[in-house]
Write a protein that binds this ligand. Structure first.
Ligand code: SAH
Length: 393
């Protein structure tokens, strides 16, 4: 038994019995006492039967369930969870000689809500999205070393942007080792990743499969990669034999990373340039000479109440890209806004195509890769969606 208990209102146990990992504050009838944030609590049904054990946090998601059975949250719990996740990744051939970058833990999809762990060739970045996970970071680091032993060179906690404000503890800090960057290989492409100064955990691993698909279409083509960040799509196009690769990002730091990664892969000079510019502004002036355009913006909507504004943004962006693209060209378009679901995204792109007045057909439906799994009873875990469009007259 945990020291703290949370008892649900009658009839509110259904979602936990279905293995949904969140307890909303409105479902709670009573709590045992003042519970410090981040504590492990037992969640009980109205008749006091055990439902699960998880991390407590003030807010609308009051408990994130770590286990639906009565087990201690100790070293053996973490070791088992990481072994299980690693075994699942091995089934996906992650890591492999050509691929040493992957997401080891994807929160709810790996039944560890609030925790993200990325693997960069033996350097591990731990990102806590809940106070409980942040407070467990040292136990997590020990368990990772128990499981992966000498394969691990660095463990860096990067939770500065993912936790509620007000903590005094060091949210970004090394838990083991001291490296801040490494060169990694993704589907045979080289990238330098800096997890200390980079965005998120340093790299957008979630586009791995979609970048590989772009590579299949890129030989001999002129490619424009907008919202390029560290040049993920650009590097794949280059290595696949594109005739020209241009990249656009509004962040000068991101463009530096793009240039660095292009140079890391290029065999001497290559055709193309990386522009520090707003994509909307760039597309106004340019964009009519590309065979393939990639549009991968940051999440335009982080909350439901701004979804409408986000939809307007996606529509405008896709309309601009569709208007510009050469006849017979391809548009790779994405949304990583969790609140804009697959249907809404497709409808938005449809209305952009209508307004652009182009003939458009869908060649591929794209999504997040298998190392970003979705708990079937927690559809909120699905966030990345994309379309590959063939643009005609
Ligand atoms: N496609 C990238 C990830 C994109 S992340 C990859 O595969 O790694 C989104 C990027 O969009 C960030 O680098 C951010 O700096 C950039 N960005 C945000 N708003 C922008 C805008 N209006 N114009 C250009 N870039 C923008």
């Amino acid at each position: 038994m945990s020291k703290f208990t949370v008892t649900l209102k009658k009839g509110k146990e259904g979602s936990i019995l279905r293995k949904h990992p969140w307890v909303f504050s409105g479902a709670i009838r009573k709590t045992s006492a003042e519970i410090p944030e981040g504590s492990v609590v037992d969640v009980l049904a109205h008749d006091s039967s055990f439902l699960g054990r998880g991390h407590w946090q003030n807010g609308s998601i009051a408990v994130r369930i770590l286990s639906f059975t009565n087990v201690k949250i100790d070293n053996s719990f973490w070791v088992k969870a990481f072994k299980k996740a690693a075994a699942t990744r091995r089934m996906m051939r992650l890591p492999a000689a050509t691929n040493d970058v992957f997401r080891l833990i994807f929160g709810e999809g790996d039944f560890l809500p609030g925790l993200v762990i990325d693997w960069y060739a033996g350097h591990v970045v731990v990102q806590a999205h809940s106070i409980g996970m942040f407070q467990a970071r040292h136990e997590i680091a020990i368990a990772l070393q128990d499981v992966f032993k000498t394969q691990i060179q660095t463990i860096y906690c990067k939770s500065g942007d993912t936790l509620p404000a007000g903590f005094t503890d060091e949210k970004n800090a090394w838990l083991f080792g001291d490296a801040s960057s490494a060169v990694v290989t993704e589907n045979g492409n080289k990238f330098e990743i800096d997890w200390v100064t980079g965005q998120k955990t340093g790299f957008f691993i979630d586009q791995r499969d979609n970048r590989q698909l772009l590579a299949q279409y890129s030989k001999g083509k002129k490619v424009l990669n907008t919202f390029s960040y560290s040049g993920g799509f650009s590097v794949y196009a280059l290595n696949a034999g594109a005739k020209l690769v241009d990249s656009v990002d509004c962040s000068a730091k991101a463009i530096k990373l793009t240039d660095k990664n292009m140079e890391l892969n290029a065999d001497g000079d290559y055709e193309g340039k990386a522009y520090t510019e707003d994509t909307f502004a760039f597309l106004k002036e340019n964009g009519d000479d590309y065979d393939i355009v990639v549009v991968d913006p940051p999440a335009f909507a982080k909350h439901r109440d701004v979804r409408h504004k986000a939809v307007i943004g996606y529509k405008r962006l896709n309309m601009m890209a569709l208007k510009k693209i050469k006849e017979g060209g391809l548009l790779f378009t994405f949304s990583c806004s969790q609140v804009v679901d697959r249907n809404l995204f497709e409808n938005t792109v449809r209305s952009a195509a209508i307004e652009a007045g182009r003939e458009v057909s869908i060649l591929h439906y794209l999504h997040q890769p298998s190392d970003h799994p979705v708990n079937l009873c927690h559809p909120e875990g699905e966030y990345l969606k994309g379309l590959v469009l063939k643009v005609g007259k």
